[in-house]
Design a protein around this ligand. Structure first.
Ligand SMILES: Nc1ncnc2c1ncn2[C@@H]1O[C@H](COP(=O)(O)OP(=O)(O)OP(=O)(O)O)[C@@H](O)[C@H]1O
Ligand SMILES: [Mg+2]
Length: 281
């Protein structure tokens, strides 16, 4: 990234980092924030599967982990390397996961996986802005942003700094998770972050013995909530033990290409997201 080049009109008046953020965002066609009110519902899994699925379809994809306290994407993706900081320009080179997929996470900048950083609010805002403005993303079709649960500094910073971003809200069918979704939707309303839609995760799994569905976390709650709040329902992903195993092994399956288990459902979510974003133009 050439940090001195002049960009669209008005950028000269911005703080230099803000100007770099604006230039980077200009080169990204679609920005999606994956969020939820509740922890552990599968945000990182959905973010990861969207990124893998869209990259597999030939789109240039960036995957940005703004879960600063508990980044999980590097482990899920089995990322070994660290992001490199270019000594001259100060820009950060993201990790190239595959020809179409670049990834950045705070974990890839720390000396080792178990290092912890105490993040205060302003520092979080600064690092997220740097993740956009100082990372050499290049031209991207999609930037997928994985956030921690809740409506704290991280999603707020994305909502305020990432012009044109849209939220993909993840939930399980369980009532307690759906109550938190309603908070997420209210947050989006308050910060004027458009909601692209709702994804239900951890829906019924097939019984390994008889194949009958087992609704571990209830049934149909995501779709009903989407209807009640007049947001798009993007699909329902079943529980699939291969997701857990693959994440623990750091060897994710590109489920959208898989015909078993959660595969077809993930493919449907990827398609729904494409249809409602770049598929429209
Ligand atoms: N559909 C699924 N089937 C089986 N396991 C799943 C599924 N979705 C997610 N998991 C597993 O559930 C766990 C939590 O998922 P994940 O880390 O994606 O949630 P999260 O919402 O990002 O959590 P956090 O709030 O901590 O960031 C992980 O071990 C993941 O592999
Ligand atoms: Mg997560």
């Amino acid at each position: 990234m050439n940090q001195t080049q002049s960009g669209p009109q008005g950028l000269e008046e911005l703080d230099p980092l803000d100007a770099r953020v604006a230039r980077t965002l200009d080169n990204i066609r679609c920005k999606l924030l994956v969020m939820s009110g509740k922890g552990g519902v599968g945000k990182s899994t959905v973010a990861c599967q969207l990124a893998l699925g869209l990259a597999e379809r030939g789109f240039k994809v960036g995957l940005m982990d703004v879960d600063l306290h508990g980044p999980s994407l590097p482990r899920m993706l089995g990322l070994e390397g660290r992001a490199v900081i270019d000594e001259k320009g100060g820009a950060i080179k993201p990790i190239i996961y595959s020809p179409n997929l670049r990834v950045i996470s705070v974990e890839s900048l720390l000396p080792d996986r178990d290092s912890s950083v105490i993040w205060r609010g302003p520092l979080k805002i600064a690092v997220i802005k740097q993740f956009i403005g100082d990372v050499r993303w290049g031209e991207l079709d999609y930037l997928i942003i994985d956030s921690p649960p809740g409506t704290g500094d991280e999603p707020l910073t994305v909502a305020q700094e990432v012009t044109g971003a849209m939220a993909v809200v993840v939930t399980t069918p369980q009532e307690i998770a759906l109550a938190d979704v309603r908070k997420s939707l209210d947050f989006c309303l308050q910060v004027e972050l458009p909601v692209l839609g709702l994804v239900e995760n951890m829906a019924a799994m097939a019984c390994p013995h008889c194949g009958e569905p087992i609704d571990l976390f209830g049934q149909g709650g995501g779709e009903t909530t989407a209807k009640d709040y007049a947001v798009n329902f993007l699909g329902s992903i079943p529980l699939d033990h291969r997701i857990t195993t693959a994440a623990d092994q750091g060897a994710p399956l590109t489920l959208s290409q898989d015909e078993q288990g959660a595969g077809p459902a993930v493919a449907q979510v990827v398609e729904a997201i494409y249809q409602r974003t770049l598929g429209r133009s």
